[in-house]
Write a protein that binds this ligand. Structure first.
Ligand code: DGJ
Length: 381
């Protein structure tokens, strides 16, 4: 009888260990359907993650079957292991009020959430296009919550840093920009137009009302300072803007990155004191070749590197567009590149790419397609 009890006990331990292993060994299969814990494909596109209180929170755009416009809002999922995702519901709901900036049918994209240690608030910024105005509004939206999964309360939407010039702009550059007038450059993509864009043609045009802010990212540095990185100046130039200490406004300090380079979908991480940024080109929902930049200071100067993707389909970022780079909590040197495979004809069927970031001997990041991998990849490195 005693022997039977010991065997049962040992069997229990084996089963428990086995369960634990399969949990950590769950494969990440980019491009496939990713069921949440209810068996429903995860609906959190253009997303970003936040690690808080032992859990990851994944925030993203809810997409419908037939339209890319926002009909629901931002959805939040939570997970302890990055593979089992619980649907936490709508974190920020679009509103029925037709006068609200975030009324149903607006375009609400690429939401990101950061936690402010001092105020203990969860702060969400996102790209907002007003209902019925296509992509012309180019605003950023702000929402705040006391709890990670929300509900977030919409605060306002706006253009960015009105009246402010990039803090690193020299007097000479300012003088040149003052001479630029849009009417002199009626045809886009002529060498003269490109030169004028580089010198700040659209920056000057939007100086009074604020800079355009479309595809975006948030980044919190080791010192707690937060930055908003976004496609600006008619998607020609990225801007990196420091947020206020409470993360609820722009401080007025910003720089331009790769003027006239047409970068979208910025995703940032920091490793060994260096900042890395992966972006895409501007081809709507269609994939294109990723770009990569690095800097020793987040405010620049930024240097461009070759496409970080390697192997088959590297010219199209494996069919995806960058959205976030996660530093995995509690694992050494573990970063995951996250991207969206858009399906504009059936938006809710869009898929996710998650791939480990690998590093060459000289520390340059590379990303290689893997049909299937597990988080154990990082332990085996
Ligand atoms: C590319 C952007 O990266 C997406 O977030 C979305 O705005 C599409 N363009 C719309 O065409």
């Amino acid at each position: 009888m005693k022997m039977k009890k010991i065997i049962l006990y040992l069997l229990g331990i084996v089963v428990l260990l086995g369960y634990g292993c399969t949990q950590s060994l769950k494969p990440i299969c980019s491009g496939e359907i990713w069921p949440d814990l209810d068996g429903v494909h995860i609906n959190a596109h253009g997303g970003g993650l936040l690690y808080y209180g032992n859990k990851y929170y994944w925030y993203g755009e809810h997409k419908c079957d037939t339209t890319s416009a926002a009909m629901v809002g931002v959805i939040c999922y939570s997970s302890k292991n990055l593979t089992d995702w619980k649907n936490e519901g709508v974190a920020l709901a679009v509103e029925d009020d037709p006068h609200s900036d975030i009324t149903k049918h607006c375009v609400l994209e690429r939401p990101k959430v950061i936690y402010n240690e001092k105020t203990q608030k969860f702060v969400m910024w996102f790209h907002l296009e007003l209902k019925g105005q296509g992509y012309t509004a180019a605003r950023t939206g702000l929402a705040v919550s006391d709890t990670p999964a929300g509900p977030f309360k919409f605060v306002r939407s706006e253009r960015v840093n009105a009246g402010k010039l990039p803090f690193d702009m020299t007097e000479e550059q300012k003088a040149v920009m003052d001479t630029l007038t849009e009417a002199y450059y009626p045809k886009a993509w002529t060498p003269e137009w490109i030169d004028a864009v580089k010198k700040g043609l659209f920056l000057k045009r939007d100086l009074e009302g604020g800079q355009m802010a479309r595809d975006m990212q948030l980044f919190v540095d080791d010192d707690g300072k937060a930055y908003h990185i976004f496609a600006s100046e008619e998607n020609n130039t990225l801007q990196i803007a420091a947020l206020s200490d409470d993360y609820l406004s722009h401080s007025g300090k910003y720089v331009r990155v790769a003027p006239s380079g047409q970068n979208e979908a910025p995703a940032l991480f920091k490793r060994k004191g260096k900042y890395w940024m992966i972006t895409s080109g501007c081809t709507g929902w269609a994939p294109n070749e990723a770009r990569m930049f690095s800097a020793d200071n987040i405010m620049g100067p930024w240097t461009q590197h070759p496409n970080p993707c390697i192997g088959p389909n590297k010219e199209l970022t494996f069919g995806g567009q960058s959205t976030y780079i996660l530093k995995v909590h509690g694992m050494d040197d573990a970063y995951i590149f996250m991207a969206d495979i858009w399906r504009p004809k059936h938006p809710s069927d869009a898929r996710y790419i998650w791939l480990p970031v690998q590093f060459k001997e000289d520390d340059t990041p590379v990303i290689e397609w893997m049909d299937s991998w597990t988080l154990d990849y990082f332990k085996k490195k």
